[in-house]
Design a binder for this molecule. Structure first.
Ligand SMILES: *Cc1c(COP(=O)(O)O)cnc(C)c1O
Length: 464
């Protein structure tokens, strides 16, 4: 399997190189050259498999000769052995056709663990036996940071620099990052919002001297391997609800478009997906883009769902590329327009291609609160605000297919918002332990490339 950049100018890579690279040298994102297809029978054969077995089966066509089935399965068993539920991503029924897919049973209580626990092991595996050193730089609106840090802390050959917008992540989220005192973990609070943090990370990648000297790599959802790991739970859930004999809809609380793009990949691979609901909060660039074709940046509003408080959705580019005939030059021009002016229009091919499978909805704060309250009162389920945005959208969908809402965070990560809506104050699971007693370590820097790049150069290890 070969990987190509959405902007058509970067070298074609194999799975190993695409995993270690992150952002492509031309500013694009890597995607497989073509989508592997699973037949009806191949999907039916997933029915009895455990989560790690499903993961190895679904991911195998993408890894080429980087790993054989046994090696991939062993990595999946190690990654998902750290989850605190035997099903890894269990389904919970809310009413006769509404379901939750709980993705938060990993070490840091958010769905990011599903991908990052595996990614940490892939990094270790692909760097093992070389003297290469990798420097991960990332930006987080909350959950990616802690999940990535947990996945690579104390691992040899890797340093991680994680930027978060100061004061704009929850205290639990911050402490989950800043109390990991491993010497290879570097937390940086920036004065700015998540989009600025993400732009700084992109600028570091674009600085080829810096990027090459320190072998910069990404763990945010621009990393292809991370998206790939998320494709798995769409198969796992759909098969349990009757696929391939029945189509299943999914509602996804969306920020950077990684999670929902993984659902798109599952559909392209042959999984019968009735609809993918792109659920946004009031930061609704994706809703505007998908419903009117207008992809234009607004200003970020802070909400009770910080992981969705973004106005530029990196992975949307992957969708536009795939729907737009995979024309790297045309996409590069389209993205250049967006980067220069903050706005561009989807082409007809892009809009019409999206319309078959994707539908978008913007959910207001009141509707989010109602969804939380209703899940609690009618089904005894305490859900987090992000999940509630998607559940509110799922209930508007209609149609015959069962709807699976992706439950992306444990409610205890967002206690205040949950308590306001439901009166219930969810407790942190015992495995998170003494988070509030532990020592924190982070630096605060201005949101400039000079400051952040300088800090990385001072503290990172050159690649070889
Ligand atoms: C990251 C995150 C999201 C958004 O996922 P994307 O892949 O960025 O669209 C939603 N909910 C929670 C809790 C998250 O951590």
């Amino acid at each position: 399997m070969r990987y190509v950049s959405t902007r058509g100018q970067a070298p074609v890579l194999d799975f190993r190189a695409a995993t270690l690279t992150g952002l492509a040298a031309d500013g694009g994102l890597y995607l497989p050259e073509e989508w592997p297809r699973f037949s009806h029978d191949e999907i039916a054969a997933l029915a009895g498999l455990s989560y790690p077995e499903t993961a190895a089966r679904v991911m195998l066509p993408f890894v080429g000769d980087a790993l054989d089935h046994g090696e991939l399965l062993a990595l999946c068993e190690a990654a998902y052995g750290r989850f605190h539920h035997a099903a890894v991503t269990p389904l919970v029924q809310l009413d006769h056709d509404q379901w939750l897919l709980e993705l938060f049973h990993g070490p840091t209580l958010a769905f990011k663990d599903v991908a990052l626990q595996l990614l940490g092991l892939l990094f270790e595996r692909f760097l093992g036996g070389t003297d290469k050193h990798l420097t991960i730089v990332g930006a987080t609106s909350g959950d990616t940071g802690s999940a990535a840090i947990d996945a690579v802390a104390w691992r040899a050959g890797v340093d991680i620099f994680m930027l978060h917008p100061a004061g704009r992540v929850s205290e639990v989220q911050r402490r989950q990052m800043t109390t990991v005192l491993a010497p290879n973990v570097h937390n940086i609070a920036i004065g700015g919002d998540f989009d600025q943090a993400q732009a700084l990370v992109k600028a570091m990648f674009a600085d080829r001297t810096l990027a090459d000297r320190y072998a910069l790599s990404a763990v945010n959802s621009i990393n292809w391997a991370r998206l790939l790991a998320q494709v798995v739970y769409y198969f796992y859930a759909a098969v349990r609800l009757g696929a391939p004999g029945r189509s299943i809809a999914f509602s996804v609380p969306t920020g950077n478009f990684g999670d929902v793009f993984a659902g798109y990949v599952a559909a392209r691979m042959g999984l019968p997906v009735a609809k993918l609901v792109v659920a946004t909060n009031v930061n609704d660039i994706l809703h505007r883009a998908l419903s009117t074709g207008d992809y234009s940046r607004g200003t970020v509003q802070q909400t009770a769902t910080p992981s969705m408080d973004i106005q530029v959705s990196s992975n949307f580019e992957r969708l536009l590329f795939d729907l737009g005939g995979r024309d790297g030059a045309a996409l590069a021009a389209q993205m250049a327009r967006f980067e220069a002016s903050g706005a561009m229009r989807l082409t007809n091919a892009q809009s019409q291609g999206a319309a078959g499978l994707l539908t978008s909805m913007r959910v207001e704060p009141d509707d989010m609160a109602v969804a939380m309250r209703r899940a609690c009162e009618e089904a005894g389920q305490v859900i987090d605000p992000h999940t509630a945005i998607a559940l509110a959208a799922a209930r508007r969908l209609g149609g015959d297919a069962p709807v699976v809402t992706l439950a992306t965070a444990h409610p205890a990560k967002f206690v205040d918002a949950v308590e306001r809506a439901t009166g219930v104050r969810p407790a942190l699971p015992a495995r998170v332990g003494d988070l509030f007693e532990r020592e924190e370590r982070f630096v605060t820097l201005p949101a400039t490339l000079e400051a952040i790049g300088g800090y990385v150069a001072e503290h990172a290890t050159p690649s070889a």
